[in-house]
Design a protein around this ligand. Structure first.
Ligand code: ADP
Ligand code: MG
Length: 334
C-alpha cells in the first residue's frame, strides 16, 4: 500500500517554482512587476551571467516594513488581494503571493527594504527568522543569486549566458514599453545595456522598437463601449520576417492571446500579404472585471468575458487606423 503524506514546505515551493520560475527571465519578470506594484518611479536591474549568477533589482517603491519582510517570502502571502472580489477586479500585476516564495526555494534570495518614513532599512535572507538593520536610502533591493543551485535537474535546462540574457532583455523591454512613465535601467555584467528616462508612449516605443518602427507607424487611439486601444501599428513597409516586433498589452500586462492575434491578422489582411508579420505595440485598456488573468501562473494568457466584442473592437480599431488617410506617415514625437 502506498502511503499518502504531506510534502514539506520547501518541496511544495520548488514544485510551484517549476511553473513560475523556469529561467532567469521569469524571475526578472516577477521582480519587475513587484517593483511596479510598489509604485516605483525608478527601477534598476543588474544581471550577472545572463541572470543565472545574479539578478539584483533596486526600486524606489513603497518598501516593505520590518515585520513584513519575512512574510513577503512566504507562500500565499500577498498585500494585493484579500478576497475573491478583489481577485475579480485585480489591478496589480501580482496577486498570487507565490513568486518570492518560489524564487527563494530555488535560489539564494535576500531582501533589503526601507519604507517611507522608516528610520533605516532592514534586510533578511530567505531562511532567516528575523531581519537585521541595513543601509538603504529608500525602496527595495532584491538579490537573487545562483538560480537552481539546489535543483541540478533544472540547472541543466538553462541555456547559454547570451540566450538567457536575451530572454531577460525581452522581459525588460515588454515591461518598459508598458510603463513609459517609469525610469528603467538594465546592466549586464557591469555594462549598461538600456537606460530609459521617463517620458511618453511614443518616445518609449521609439527607444524600444527603434526609429524606423515609429517612422513607419500609425498612432492608434480608439475608444468605444468601455474599451480603449492605444499605441502604434506599423504600416506594411515595416513588416518583419518574425513576430519579434509584436507587443500587445491588456491593462498593462503583456499577453499572447490567440483571439487577439487573430483579430490583428484580420486587421492587416487587406494590406499585408505573403509571409511577413506586422509590427505593433498596442495597449488595450478595459474594466479588469471583463478579463480573467488568473489562467496561468505566468499570466501571459488571459480570458475575455466578451471575447467576440473584444475581437471586433481590436480588429476595427487597427484596420480603420491603418486605412485612414493621414497626410504624413510616421508619428510626431513630442
Ligand atoms: P504577489 O506579487 O503576488 O503579491 P510576491 O511573492 O511577488 O507576491 O510578493 C509578495 C509580497 O511582497 C507582495 O505582495 C508585496 O507586498 C511584497 N513585495 C514584493 N516585492 C516588493 C517590492 N519591490 N516593493 C515592495 N513590496 C514588495
Ligand atoms: Mg509578485
Amino acid at each position: 500500500m502506498p502511503t499518502i503524506q504531506l510534502l514539506p514546505e520547501v518541496l511544495i515551493n520548488q514544485i510551484a517554482a517549476g511553473e513560475v520560475v523556469d529561467r532567469p527571465a521569469s524571475v526578472l519578470k516577477e521582480l519587475l512587476e513587484n517593483s511596479l506594484d510598489a509604485s516605483a518611479r525608478v527601477v534598476e536591474v543588474q544581471l550577472q551571467q545572463g541572470g543565472v549568477k545574479q539578478i539584483r533589482i533596486a526600486d524606489d517603491g513603497c518598501g516593505i516594513a520590518e515585520d513584513q519582510l519575512g512574510l513577503a517570502l512566504e507562500r500565499h502571502a500577498t498585500s494585493k488581494i484579500a478576497s475573491l472580489d478583489d481577485l475579480e477586479r485585480v489591478a496589480t500585476m501580482g496577486f498570487r503571493g507565490e513568486a518570492l516564495a518560489s524564487i527563494a526555494s530555488v535560489a539564494r534570495v535576500t531582501l533589503t527594504s526601507r519604507t517611507q518614513g522608516g528610520a533605516h532599512a532592514w534586510r533578511i535572507a530567505a531562511g532567516e527568522t528575523s531581519p537585521a538593520p541595513a543601509a538603504l536610502n529608500g525602496g527595495t533591493v532584491i538579490e537573487v543569486a545562483d538560480l537552481y543551485w539546489n535543483v541540478p535537474a533544472r540547472r541543466k535546462f538553462l541555456k547559454s549566458e547570451a540566450t538567457e540574457f536575451g530572454h531577460c532583455d525581452d522581459v525588460f523591454r515588454r515591461i518598459a514599453l508598458a510603463r513609459p512613465d517609469v525610469a528603467f535601467q538594465l546592466q549586464h555584467n557591469g555594462r549598461v545595456t538600456q537606460r530609459l528616462a521617463p517620458g511618453d508612449a511614443a518616445r518609449r516605443c521609439r527607444e524600444i522598437l527603434g526609429e524606423e518602427f515609429i517612422a513607419n507607424a500609425r498612432a492608434v487611439e480608439v475608444e468605444a463601449a468601455g474599451l480603449r486601444l492605444s499605441g502604434f501599428a506599423a504600416l506594411p513597409a515595416y513588416a518583419r520576417a518574425t513576430r519579434d516586433a509584436q507587443y500587445f498589452f491588456v491593462n498593462g500586462r503583456f499577453v499572447r492571446d490567440k483571439l487577439i492575434a487573430h483579430a490583428l491578422r484580420e486587421a492587416y489582411a487587406d494590406i499585408l500579404h505573403g509571409s511577413r508579420f506586422p509590427a505593433f505595440a498596442l495597449f488595450l485598456d478595459m474594466d479588469p472585471a471583463g478579463v480573467d488573468v488568473n489562467v496561468h501562473p505566468a499570466k501571459t494568457e488571459v480570458r475575455f468575458r466578451e471575447a467576440r466584442a473584444i475581437h471586433q473592437f481590436v480588429r476595427h480599431a487597427v484596420s480603420r487606423t491603418l486605412a485612414s488617410p493621414v497626410a504624413e506617415a510616421g508619428v510626431q514625437l513630442a
